[in-house]
Design a protein around this ligand. Structure first.
Ligand code: NAD
Ligand code: ZN
Length: 365
């Protein structure tokens, strides 16, 4: 088991990473939970698979364990669910010493973390991610929140967890499409982070997808978390540096909103968004044709749903303008200058965006 500490002073926390980590981290849980009340928030899929396991472990620490289940999927990220959860917290008299455990993917982490952030002006919470995406990305950094209508994560807070426990053993039961979605964010980290990590990921896409080498997957998750937590340490509230994590997300969020009803996944939208970003980087002459082709072909190895070829560009633009990342009416794009080097542009025209989206649509035709 490896440990990373996110040094945010009194809001700092440990991230424990490795196969079997959940079982081996009960001492750390004991320190945080003491014998106080604890609520596990999970979704129905994760509950079906792992409720027995988590209850068995937590009951060795405290008898006061409750489990609340939500429906799986992005549609749960709404205010009604959060209110329901808070009502449940009040019904069982959760207080300032209680802890919420988010046990599931990014959806559960974002909702449970947000409920923990606002209930009684904030109670403690722990993240136990069970998807690749939440293991390497969403469980770290303290961003929690929900959607407002189609606008992604428009309501939210910064609320750092007390502990994050990343156990790749959970990935065994994760459907392939969810693995691809997670690899999207993993590749994003490689592209914006450094060429060694990018190489390690791009050369092993199939092995990651099929979990052939659990040690390699753990190592890659560790590298992604280390990179993200380094950025969070330097820019916790996204006033500058942290923006680079939005690589592929400006157009990605527009796509996610436009195709939400069809069931597009977050990481899938980000893969499409990254394809657009590298295309924009190429037409702005920021990256060479050679690097563009290398990245395009690597991203293309990750399969996307066939309906992305039918995307309506006007609809994407409308959703993009509603995104919370719009500042003074200007959209911000993270573009690539090289692997591991990015900069932010706010002058990308609609014509350029349309050209990029049309190019990428054709790639998936
Ligand atoms: N807060 C952040 O910093 C941040 C960063 C990136 C993404 N996100 C958010 O994360 C969300 C996406 O997260 P996600 O990709 O983890 O999706 P998810 O939470 O919807 O989980 C994906 C699916 O896999 C199922 N599942 C979870 N763990 C499983 C397991 N071990 N075995 C079998 N099935 C399992 C879930 O029930 C769900 O159906 C989006 O809402 C996105 O906005 C947040
Ligand atoms: Zn993301």
């Amino acid at each position: 088991m490896k440990t990373l500490h996110v040094d945010l002073g009194d809001r700092g926390y440990d991230i424990l990473i490795g196969s079997g980590t959940l079982k081996n981290s009960m001492e750390q849980f004991r320190e945080i939970l003491k014998s106080d009340r604890v609520v596990v928030i999970t979704d129905k899929n994760v509950s079906r698979l792992y409720k027995g396991k988590i209850l068995e472990l937590l009951k060795t620490i405290t008898r006061d364990v409750y489990v609340f289940e939500i429906d799986h999927g992005e549609k749960s990220k709404n205010i009604d669910i959060v209110i329901d959860l808070c009502r449940n917290f009040a019904d069982i008299s959760l207080d300032r010493r209680s802890t919420v455990i988010a046990f599931g993917g990014g959806v559960v982490g974002d909702i449970a973390g947000f409920a923990a952030a606002i209930y009684m002006r904030g109670i403690r919470f722990i993240q136990i991610p069970t998807t690749l995406l939440s293991s390497c990305d969403s469980s770290v950094g303290g961003k929690v929140g929900i959607n407002l209508d189609n606008a992604k994560n428009l309501i939210g807070a910064f609320h750092q967890p007390e502990l994050v426990v990343v156990d790749p053993d959970f990935l065994i039961t994760l459907p392939v499409r969810e693995m691809i979605s997670g690899i999207g964010e993993v590749l994003k980290t490689g592209i914006i982070c450094d060429s060694d990590l990018y190489e390690k990921i791009s050369k092993n896409l199939k092995a990651i997808l099929e979990l052939d080498d659990r040690r390699l997957v753990t190592e890659i998750i560790y590298d992604c978390i280390r990179f993200k937590s380094d950025i969070v340490k330097k820019d916790e509230k996204e006033s500058g540096l942290r923006r680079i994590l939005n690589f592929g997300h400006t157009i990605g969020h527009g796509i996610e909103a436009a195709l939400q009803k069809k069931g597009i996944l977050h990481g899938e939208s980000v893969i499409f968004g990254m394809q657009c970003s590298i295309y924009l980087s190429k037409i702005r002459k920021l990256i060479s044709e050679k690097l563009f082709i290398e990245l395009r072909n690597t991203l293309k190895e990750l399969e996307l749903p066939v309906y992305v070829k039918d995307l309506d560009i006007e609809q994407i633009l409308t959703f993009m303008r509603k995104d919370k990342k719009v500042v003074n009416n200007r959209l911000h794009f993270v573009l690539l200058e090289d692997i591991g080097r990015t900069s932010v542009y706010d002058d990308i025209s609609d014509t350029e965006i349309k050209e990029a989206v049309n190019y990428v649509k054709k790639l998936y035709n």
